[in-house]
Write a protein that binds this ligand. Structure first.
Ligand code: ACM
Length: 266
């Protein structure tokens, strides 16, 4: 199966232009599953709740989800992409999963980062795994990686590939994903954005270096920090079903949950 990502530099608020750009980058690429960055059509550096409300779209039915559904149908592939979702008065930092037959699911980011807490409502839907013809797919968004429970929850639910739309501004994630994938024996596709945003007296630089990570902690593919690129690599997703690490140890059945209760205290 071919899994991949698009890394690019969206222009803040230019949703139509950004959709066009992403579609053009994906167009020549053959893939079964593609991951796009967090908030990939709006840009990230929101400066007010009003701005966030104006940029957010209904899911499904909004223009970003509709464009992604058309692309997934035309390319006969599955796509996971970050977007700002509006549901009544709530705005979520979400990611949609769409496929050749249309909209499938929406994940709402659970661990909000920094000023995201001012505009977005924390996700309420938990970590879900989707049983697709290409394999079992889970979704988490950017800062969720900082909480090992996110990927663990997805892996315990059977995820073989964790789709990870991101707008990373800290330098730790790409290397940390080697451990996240190794300790859960899953693939991950971290689709980061690149470029800078300067708005409202603030400046953010995004780290690029989007990455496909394998269940052995291996980097299947990592691109540069600044390039705009769509990439896919052939992987054997069956590798993610093997949780045993030697004849005595199995990453899941060796867990001693009776000693982990402190993890779940307030
Ligand atoms: C982040 O969660 N966008 C850092």
């Amino acid at each position: 199966m071919k899994i991949g990502y698009v890394q690019y530099d969206p222009i803040f608020g230019a949703i139509d232009r950004n959709i066009e750009k992403v579609i053009a980058l994906m167009e020549p690429l053959e893939a079964d599953l593609l991951v796009l960055p967090e908030l990939c059509m709006t840009g990230y550096l929101i400066t007010s709740r009003e701005e966030a409300l104006a940029l957010a779209e209904e899911v499904p039915g909004g223009k970003t989800t509709n464009a992604l559904c058309r692309a997934a149908r035309d390319k006969d592939c599955f796509i996971v992409a970050g977007l700002a979702e509006r549901d009544g008065e709530n705005i979520y930092n979400s990611a949609v999963l769409v496929g050749p037959e249309g909209f499938i699911a929406c994940y709402r980011k659970i661990h909000l980062f920094f000023e995201e807490k001012l505009w977005f409502t924390p996700g309420d839907g938990g970590f879900q795994v989707h049983d697709l013809p290409i394999g079992k797919i889970g979704i988490m968004i950017c800062f969720d990686w900082f909480f090992p429970e996110s990927m663990r929850a997805l892996a315990l639910k059977g995820a073989q590939v964790v789709c990870h739309p991101a707008n990373l501004v800290l330098p730790f994630c790409q290397d940390a994903m080697k451990t996240r994938c190794l300790e859960n024996r899953v693939f991950a596709v971290t689709a980061n954005r690149t470029g800078c945003e300067e708005r409202g007296g603030k400046l953010l630089s995004y780290t690029g270096l989007s990455q496909i990570t394998g269940p052995g902690g291996d980097i299947v593919h990592r691109c540069g920090g600044a390039e705009e690129i769509a990439v896919a690599a052939d992987v054997d997703v069956e590798r993610a079903l093997i949780k045993s690490i030697n004849e005595y140890n199995d990453l899941f059945s060796d867990r001693r949950t009776e000693f982990y209760s402190g993890l779940f205290k307030e």
